[in-house]
Design a protein around this ligand. Sequence first.
Ligand SMILES: [Zn+2]
Length: 328
Amino acid sequence: MQNIWYPWLNLTYKNIITNYQNKKLHHTILIESYNIQNTYKIIWAVIRWIFCNKKNGKKSCGKCTGCILIKTKNHPDFYILHSKNTNQIFEINKIRNIIKIIKNTAQQSHDKILWIPNYTSLTIFSINALLKIIEEPPKNTFFFIGNILYNKIHCTFKSRCVFYQIFTPNENIGLSWLKENTTIKKKNCLIALRINNYDPELAKNFIQKKNWIERIHFYEDITDAINKNNFLMLLPKLNTTDVLNKIYWIILLLWDSLKLKTNIFTYFINTDQIYLIQNISKKYSYITLNNILYSWIQCRYQLITIDNINYELLILQQLLKWQILKKR
Ligand SMILES: [Zn+2]
């Protein structure tokens, strides 16, 4: 686990700790975020704090026996349930064993914690096994579960949990974090943030790795295809492993062109591609733009959801559609 802490995790962390300090922390805590790593960070920080013997306010000391035992994952009251790559029977037995140990040591005054890093790794059988203990939890026992936002949760399980949700930070927080953690220009930071749905870490990786350059080159290829009115030129550019990214960039470009068409200037994504956006926007009517945008969204969805689809053929068909589009 990378040891980077993000400022937008502070509020949830503080809320959980405050509830614990006030003896109001619910026994089963489900933390959801736009990426699972955020839930690891929060839960891990809370667990370290709970087991720390020399707490400094809302911080753990990092040096006491409790902290050291947790760091090395040897704390006798800490259980972690990674159920991936195990078979069902093994998984259920593992849960039952943990429950048995927790129940047998429940009379002791110290806290016990079971961490399930990813809800999606649980089968319906393990959910049922867990429900038995969550419905009547032993004293001083907490269950922490991580989940991705909007992943479906079993109804009964859901009703037994308290939820904490972590969303992407707003644009200003994202921008100031990128400014502190990179040397990238503000204008490009903003583009990267918007392309990556306001996830600052993804935006940072996007701009620092080859994606940024590839995006610029790909938009040059699109400019070329539009100027020559030959969209089939794009086929080899799309016939690559990162085809989904490239289609996503096409979608964002068409979306910006549609926004320009309707004079919506806020939340432009590709602010470094204004000439290309103007060019596309002038070339096609609103309805045509809308149709081609929808058709690329559909194409990307098919590529994601249909196994063994002939993606070369699908993209060729898509480019041909673009090629024969009526200009305004
Ligand atoms: Zn400590």
